[in-house]
Write a protein that binds this ligand. Structure first.
Ligand code: KG4
Ligand code: ZN
Length: 328
């Protein structure tokens, strides 16, 4: 079974070909980060236009590298929600055209579901039930995944996503977009105990990062601190917050496995602290290439749920948000 996955929900134009759900035959991620850098963040219309310029060559390249022909493709999966409307529209339109021309089924994939399932691709021990923390530029969402793959959202951010706070803090400090890797790099030279930022809403499961972001910006403007100390102290508090909320959730829901996925899960400091401090939970991290947006997780999700036979209607829309979190 050859599955093609297409992902264009934000600023990565990505596609992948996988075989029988587990063997990755080819994958390509074209990151637009350099294009958006000069604006200090993702400009939606610029993202859509660059997806339109790249989508054909990215898909053609993975098909060639996978050493399959177009007709060998059995199934196509494409991200249709949530994300930037124009960006999603490019991938979905392309996938609909390909599916129609090849007469192959097309599965609509929810971006969050794909991030959650990305943890299963390399870890066969990661089987439900498990908890899933999706931490990215757009999301800070904690789910419980049931044995029958129902996704129960138990907590999310009430304001900024954690990745967004990394990006905004980096922008204030004059660092490049995306801010996460820049903060992580600068934090290595800093003292994480220099500034004592608070964890927001400590007694509830809800996440909140906008107060932390404002506190960091105020500290920066005070001219009292070195940028690397600000980076380290901010990163420490962001991770303290995530670990604290996971502990609260674990006390209530008693899960024993946790997957941490999405772009922020690339952070090495975060990975180490989760492993060191959540001793009673088996913590799984997908490899870094599977954490940022990619076509592999989309192909895997489409393959995984093929038997549910929820195919995309060629007249369907794309969705910028999806609070209902269905299977796809
Ligand atoms: O999952 P992703 O590629 O796209 C979204 O769905 O948003 O995540 C991108 C986010 C950005 O906010 C970026 O700053 C953050 O992931 N990120 C990081 C790191 N690498 C990427 N945050 C912290 N540390 C990192 N090393
Ligand atoms: Zn994502």
């Amino acid at each position: 079974m050859i599955t093609l996955g297409i992902e264009t929900s934000c600023d990565e134009t990505s596609a992948a070909v996988i075989k029988n759900g587990s063997e990755i035959l080819a994958s390509k991620i074209f990151s637009q980060a350099d294009i958006h850098k000069k604006f200090g963040g993702v400009v939606p219309e610029v993202a859509s236009r660059n997806h339109a310029l790249k989508i054909h060559s990215v898909v053609a390249e993975v098909i060639e590298n996978a050493k399959v022909s177009l007709n060998d493709i059995d199934l196509i999966g494409v991200t249709n929600s949530p994300g930037l409307i124009g960006a999603l529209f490019v991938g979905v339109s392309f996938a609909k055209g390909l599916s129609y021309a090849l007469k192959k089924p097309l599965i609509p994939v929810n971006h969050l579901t794909a991030h959650i399932l990305s943890g299963e691709i390399e870890n066969k021990e990661l089987t439900p039930p498990y908890a899933a923390l999706v931490i990215s530029g757009g999301h800070t969402h904690l789910f419980l995944v049931s044995t029958s793959y129902n996704f129960n959202l138990i907590s999310k951010t009430i304001d900024d996503a954690v990745g967004e706070s990394f990006d905004k803090v980096a922008k204030t400090l004059g660092l490049n977009y995306p801010g996460g890797p820049e903060i992580e790099k600068n934090a290595l030279r800093g003292d994480e105990n220099k500034i004592n930022f608070p964890i927001a809403i400590k007694n509830k499961l809800d996440f909140s990062f906008s107060g932390l972001k404002t506190a960091v910006i105020t500290a920066f403007k005070s001219d009292h601190y070195l940028p690397e100390d600000i980076c380290a102290s901010f990163q420490k508090t962001a991770v303290d917050t995530l670990i604290h909320k996971v502990r609260l959730a674990q006390k209530k829901f008693r899960f024993s496995k946790l997957v941490v996925a999405g772009g922020v899960a690339c952070n090495g400091y975060l990975r180490q602290r989760f492993k060191d401090e959540l001793k009673n939970i088996n913590v799984f991290f997908p490899s870094k290439v599977l954490c940022t947006d990619n076509g592999i997780m989309v192909a895997y999700t489409a393959f995984k749920f093929f038997n549910k036979r929820i195919f995309m209607d060629y007249n369907s829309r794309v969705f910028d948000r999806d609070e209902r979190i269905k299977l796809f």
